[in-house]
Design a protein around this ligand. Structure first.
Ligand code: UDX
Length: 441
């Protein structure tokens, strides 16, 4: 089977590469010629474990191709995945202009039956809009005799484990209007079907909604536990223990109950805001999702106040070290990263900042001004009045605490990811604060 994946960002590239791993012939399309050339040279534009090897192997085997020619890729494919960016607009609604452009190109170059699949996270109703746009363009270019199906197949890939998530997903969701499209998509996903991955086949609207409901629910767990953490600080509880005990209840599960600086990344912040936005348009506001967004933003400022409090109430003119810039470990992505936001807020209060991240310094350099990038955690700590652990990279889990303390001007560690044990830190002579672990005052 020949398929095309339009948009070679992290979702499109992982999707295309993994389908080629299944033995399908995949053409990945991007309008960025530079990116396509780099991919052809075996260079992967994102840091994603396992991806480079899959891309290289399948490219060499001739099952994976890269091009800027959307028209040709569409013409030769039975299935076309739309995986272009759907960025948020100023009011929180989703910018669908890239999706619209691709839909028009598909209509213009329709040359036989095809299944057009939305992979990008798109508000409810987008697949219908795609169908209309394709039909309109098809009429305009004399291609209306060709039949096509529309489908929705949302991705649930986590950055940093996207390949694993694709090859061993919890479920595959397919929303379609006709059996033909379902049969073709089932065939495409056959290797997963054979290992008994559950398939949820439904209508398009339901499929579109599943993605938002899933992400908003996970985001809700995070904002919920962050509020409980804040309460723990006020009443003298330990959120770590609360979350553990809650998680032992199978109905709750322990996942996504880690208190911290709030969620970031390219999905949760954007998708929750988008859900809030389009649900209002339908006259059914999602009040929980609204509160989740609000709590998440407030948590960042709360982290800044936590840092300031440990630096005698004023960071102005002080040097603060920050470990971790990406929104979570194992990625170089700093989009909506709490760490970046917290650094900016510290700078607004007059702090000077040194920082280190194992992978994300090049991406953070585009976002941050007037910070010193360091080579490791210890040089980051040198001369600092406080060290902030903002992202829980593995290499920050076993730091040499004596060495760290010796580098710091003041022995202050603010652990926004609850990596260290408060009692142990106190015993080691640190002024330490985690999130929601008020056992240490
Ligand atoms: C998420 C979804 O998990 C994935 O299914 C979807 O397709 C895309 O969005 P991702 O953004 O890659 O994936 O990261 P994820 O591991 O889910 O973490 C998101 C954010 O939540 C991170 O900033 C992380 O630090 C934060 N988080 C996660 C917490 O603060 N606490 C937790 O318990 C879990």
């Amino acid at each position: 089977m020949n398929i095309a994946v339009i948009g070679t960002g992290y979702v499109g590239l992982v999707t295309g590469a993994c389908f080629s791993e299944f033995g399908v012939n995949v053409t990945c399309v991007d309008k960025d010629l530079e990116k396509i050339k780099r991919l052809e040279g075996g260079e992967i534009p994102i840091f994603e474990p396992g991806l480079e090897e899959i891309v290289r192997r399948n490219y060499q085997a001739g099952r994976l191709a890269f091009t800027t020619d959307t028209a040709e890729a569409v013409r030769q494919s039975l299935v076309v995945f739309i995986a272009v960016p759907t960025p948020p607009q100023a009011d929180g609604s989703t910018d669908l202009s890239y999706v619209d452009t691709v839909a028009r190109t598909i209509g213009e170059h329709l040359n036989g039956y095809k299944v057009i699949v939305t992979k990008s996270t798109v508000p409810v109703g987008t697949a219908t809009r795609v169908r209309e746009t394709i039909s309109e363009a098809a009429r305009e270019f004399g291609n209306e005799r060709y039949h096509f199906s529309i489908a929705s197949n949302p991705e649930f890939l986590r950055e940093g484990s996207a390949v694993e998530d694709f090859l061993r997903p919890d479920r595959v969701v397919v929303g379609a209007e006709d059996d033909e499209a379902v049969a073709i998509l089932r065939d495409l996903y056959k290797p997963l079907y054979l290992i008994e991955v559950p398939f949820v086949v439904t209508n398009i609207t339901t499929s579109e909604l599943i993605k938002y409901a899933s992400n908003a629910f996970l985001a809700t767990k995070i904002s919920f536990i962050n509020e409980v953490a804040n309460l723990c600080e006020a009443v003298g509880g330990d959120v770590h223990v609360v979350a553990r005990a809650m998680g032992l209840d199978g109905r709750i599960s322990s996942k996504f109950l880690h208190a911290g600086p709030g969620f970031g990344g390219s999905c949760f912040p954007k998708d929750t805001v988008s859900l809030v936005q389009f649900s209002r348009e339908f006259g059914v506001p999602q009040r929980i999702a609204e509160a989740v967004c609000e709590v998440n933003l407030a948590q960042r400022e709360r982290m800044v106040e936590k840092i300031v409090a440990l630096v005698d109430g004023d960071v102005s003119g002080k040097l603060i070290g920050v470990l971790g810039l990406s929104y979570k470990p194992n990625t170089d992505d700093v989009r909506e990263s709490p760490s970046i936001d917290i650094i900016r807020r510290l700078q607004d209060r007059g702090a000077r900042v040194r920082c280190f991240d194992p992978q994300a310094m090049h991406t953070a350099a585009r976002e941050l001004k007037d910070v010193q990038f360091c080579t490791d955690p210890y040089t980051t700590a040198t001369g600092c009045h406080a060290l902030v652990l903002a992202t829980e990279w593995n290499e920050f889990r076993l730091l040499d605490l004596d060495r760290l303390r010796a580098e710091l001007v003041e022995p202050v560690l603010v652990d926004l990811r609850n990596v260290y044990d408060p009692r142990q830190m106190q015993a080691q002579g640190f002024r330490y604060a985690g999130v929601g672990r008020s056992v240490v005052g």
